[in-house]
Design a binder for this molecule. Structure first.
Ligand SMILES: O=C(O)CCC(=O)C(=O)O
Length: 316
């Protein structure tokens, strides 16, 4: 079995924990404290966005880009509990041991109760709300700068708008990762604030005798940067950039993805490889993705659901 040489890209529990530890102690934690701020722009036209950022594949925060969205103007946790309180979701889906089902109303109640000393923050990650609460979509209208999403040509409108909501409690963390399927991240912040750390797609951490974090931090291709995303801001992060997120307050964000046509081949290869692996050898996927196996399944099911494909034969 091939072992991924770059620790940053591995999915086993030990590597995930080692990378997360490095954000708290050692050379990486020292470097993130004074990493450069990512560029922030406001009032860019779609043409300027393409010329200055999407074309050259440079990440940027677009300040207040969706400040007029109804979700940014009106949403709160209570608002969602009132509107879609009965909808069932999986809380803490990124942590196999903690993952559990709840309704949105129960989740919001839990979030308010879970404030005692030493409490682990709860996080509703990667909620494909359009499969269960499609009425929310109107509050997050399509952005003109996201129209290049080539998934529309591949799968049709419904699947290409298969976005995710991220709802979590202050202190919650999404560990360092690259998004699957070579898609660009367009993350819109709706409620609260999140601190992001990002690294370029060529950042690499090899393990010779032990992982050399100093070398990672000093290598020019690592391109470590940080920034805070505030309500109304949109992050554009080109495909394969690493990102780690800390919730500075209770937070709601929309994970809108975009497939750039230049990444079409890699995207299809990864989608098909994953589907085949799930269909033919799910135990191998469980072994290589112990923490994210259920999320991988959920993703494929949500995607197929939006495309009207019957995946009922997909195991388990
Ligand atoms: O907001 C988060 O916690 C993670 C978001 C993310 O990873 C994404 O949108 O790609």
């Amino acid at each position: 079995m091939h072992t991924e040489p770059n620790i940053l890209r591995r999915h086993d529990l030990e590597s995930l924990a080692a990378v997360e530890r490095a954000f708290h102690t050692g050379p990486l934690s020292a470097a993130v404290g004074h990493a450069p701020q990512l560029e922030r722009r406001s009032g860019l036209t779609p043409e300027e966005f393409v010329r200055e950022y999407r074309g050259p594949q440079r990440p940027v925060v677009l300040e207040n880009h969706v400040a007029d969205w109804p979700s940014v103007q009106t949403w709160s946790f209570d608002h969602l509990a009132d509107r879609v309180g009965d909808v069932r979701v999986v809380v803490d889906s990124y942590n196999t041991k903690a993952a559990r089902e709840a309704t949105v109303a129960e989740f919001v109640h839990l979030l308010k109760e879970n404030r005692h000393e030493g409490a682990t923050p709860i996080y509703l990650q990667e909620w494909y709300y359009q499969t269960t609460a499609p009425e929310l979509a109107a509050d997050m209208p399509e952005m003109e700068i996201a129209r290049y999403d080539f998934r529309r040509n591949l799968y049709g409108d419904a699947a290409s708008t298969n976005h995710q909501l991220w709802l979590g409690q202050q202190g919650g963390v999404t560990r360092l990762h690259q998004d699957s399927y070579t898609v660009d991240v367009m993350h819109a912040q709706i409620v609260g604030e999140k601190l992001w750390y990002v690294m370029g797609p060529d950042a690499v951490l090899h393990e010779d005798t032990e992982a050399d974090w100093t070398r990672l931090v000093e290598a020019p291709e690592t391109q470590l940067a940080r920034f805070v995303l505030k309500p109304g801001d949109v992050l554009y992060l080109p495909a394969n950039w690493y990102h780690r997120i800390e919730l500075l307050s209770d937070s709601i964000g929309l994970g809108r993805k975009c497939l750039d046509e230049i990444n079409l081949q890699a995207h299809i290869r990864q989608r098909m490889t994953e589907l085949l692996a799930l269909a033919l050898n799910p135990e191998e996927v469980r072994r290589t993705h112990p923490e994210l196996f259920d999320v991988v399944l959920m993703r494929s099911r949500a995607w197929a659901n939006r495309m009207g494909i019957d995946l009922s034969r997909l195991r388990p």
